[in-house]
Ligand binder design. Structure first.
Ligand SMILES: Cc1ncc(COP(=O)(O)O)c(C=O)c1O
Length: 449
């Protein structure tokens, strides 16, 4: 640290120095020249430091499903901070982590009934991949080491997650990644699927590519397949009808574990507790995060089927069964926030609400078809994406301009990936607000011609 920087560090009177914070997934220089700053939030809205209300069209980063600063969640966190700030989860426990695990297991389908807590979606993914490898190992099938992801998949930013992930920019700077990873093809085909509401009819056959991968490597080398039931971060790709069932059947045929990364699709986003329920497919593990605490405290986790957990419960009882975990696994504040969040989802029936709103939402977002540069619109649950044509010389510039103008001129937060606009509001959005949001996005699209 330079001496002037050292002085500055102790000088409480130097506000608004934006330099030190290296923002994640952000164009830092553009942001720091003209920041988009948020000071507080309530329900469907953010507020800038000047007090301007900005509608949250993205549930933060797909996480504040119950809306912002809901009193039951706020109060639960406050009370927990006063009662128990921290307790280790290695060899000790506190009641709320067990309560939350039971509640999450009860929401998950079939025998998905054991929960391993992490602090983020990225950690949830790495945890699930490690459990898959270790599961085969403890059963004497240690040759099953390959992990299969999918093109365009997003599984967070850990080395495991980017290895099985399929978003090029997230991978290309970071070396050779995990060895022994292969990828299914992504499921998007604009010619066949453009402007579909819900799951496209075309594309189930793409699951059969797993047969080709098995033929290439042999099933005895493959541990697990991981997919997002609905690919979110790549720009919202709902699964083709029947695709996930086909993937399940092929995994069953060859003894391969199927992992659903439900970090986005969990906790109501698609009108159900988990997408597994919507698509009537039981995976072997579900990764979750985000909506479990409605974004209020970082938390993630993996839900594993009973036979997976049971496979580890062997050997002398005083010996640790799985050498994995995090200092903050099941943190008291996160557990308290999670319990209050699940109560709120239940009391306000928010998953059913998302399902009931799906047709209204789809209608509103698809009404933007025909605006300049709109190449495709996809909707599913309370999720929508609009692909804009890229400017020939500047891929991403059109959507970036839309995101910036949305915040400054339309008082709306949207999310972008490349030239795709993604919309994922809190599940408490009203029908009137859906109309308002669509009107704002329509004006934006017309303005970034
Ligand atoms: C499907 C999926 N998996 C994993 C992650 C990573 O979660 P986190 O950012 O909490 O590490 C995300 C984040 O958006 C996600 O969408």
């Amino acid at each position: 640290m330079s001496s002037s920087a050292a002085v500055r560090a102790f000088d409480a009177d130097v506000p608004n120095d934006l330099e030190a914070f290296w923002l994640p997934y952000t164009a830092n220089r553009a942001f720091k020249k003209n920041p988009r700053m948020i000071a507080r939030a309530k329900d469907m809205f953010y507020f800038t430091p000047e007090g301007r209300a900005v509608m949250d069209g993205t549930a933060g980063l797909w996480c504040t499903n119950a809306g912002h600063n809901r009193p039951p969640i706020v109060e639960a966190i406050q009370a927990q901070a006063a009662e128990l700030d921290y307790a280790p989860a290695f060899q000790f426990g506190h009641p709320k982590a067990f309560q939350l695990a039971s509640r999450i297991a009860a929401l998950a389908p079939a025998d998905l009934d054991h929960v391993f807590f992490t602090n983020s979606g990225s950690e949830a993914v790495d945890t699930a991949l490690k459990i898959a490898l270790a599961y085969h190992n403890v059963r004497g099938h240690g040759s099953r080491q390959r992990l299969i992801g999918r093109e365009r998949g997003y599984h967070g930013t850990g080395f495991g997650g980017i290895s099985v992930g399929g978003i090029v920019s997230n991978r290309k700077m970071f070396g050779s990644l995990l060895a022994g990873v292969d990828h299914l093809p992504h499921t998007y085909n604009r010619e066949q699927q453009a402007f579909t509401k819900g799951e496209p009819e075309w594309g189930a056959h793409l699951a059969d590519e797993l047969e080709r991968i098995v033929a290439l490597h042999d099933a005895s080398t493959i541990a697990a397949v991981i997919v997002e039931p609905m690919a979110g971060s790549t720009g919202v790709l709902p699964p083709p009808q029947g695709y996930l069932k086909r993937l399940r059947a092929i995994c069953d045929k060859y003894g391969i574990l199927l992992i659903f990364d439900e970090v986005i699709s969990g906790f109501g986003r698609l009108g159900h507790a988990f997408a597994a329920e919507r698509y009537d497919v039981v995976p072997d593990m579900i990764c979750f995060a985000k909506g479990v605490t409605s974004g209020a405290v970082p938390m993630g986790g993996v839900i594993a089927r009973k036979p997976i957990y049971d496979a580890f419960m062997d050997g002398p009882e005083q010996v640790i069964e799985l050498f994995h975990g995090y200092t903050y696994s099941g943190h008291p504040l996160a557990a308290a926030a999670g319990l209050a969040t699940l109560d709120l989802y239940r009391d306000e029936d928010l998953f059913a609400r998302a399902k009931a709103l799906e047709p209204v939402w789809a209608e509103a977002i698809h009404s933007l078809k025909g605006l300049p540069n709109v190449l495709d619109i996809r909707t599913v649950g309370l999720v929508g994406a609009i692909d804009l044509a890229s400017k020939p010389d500047a891929v991403g510039a059109r959507a970036y301009a839309a995101m910036d103008r949305a915040f400054r001129d339309e008082n709306l937060m949207i999310r972008i990936t490349g030239d795709t606009i993604a919309l994922t509001p809190p599940l408490i959005i009203s029908e009137a607000q859906i109309g308002e949001l669509a009107d704002k996005v329509g004006r934006l699209i017309s303005s970034v011609n």
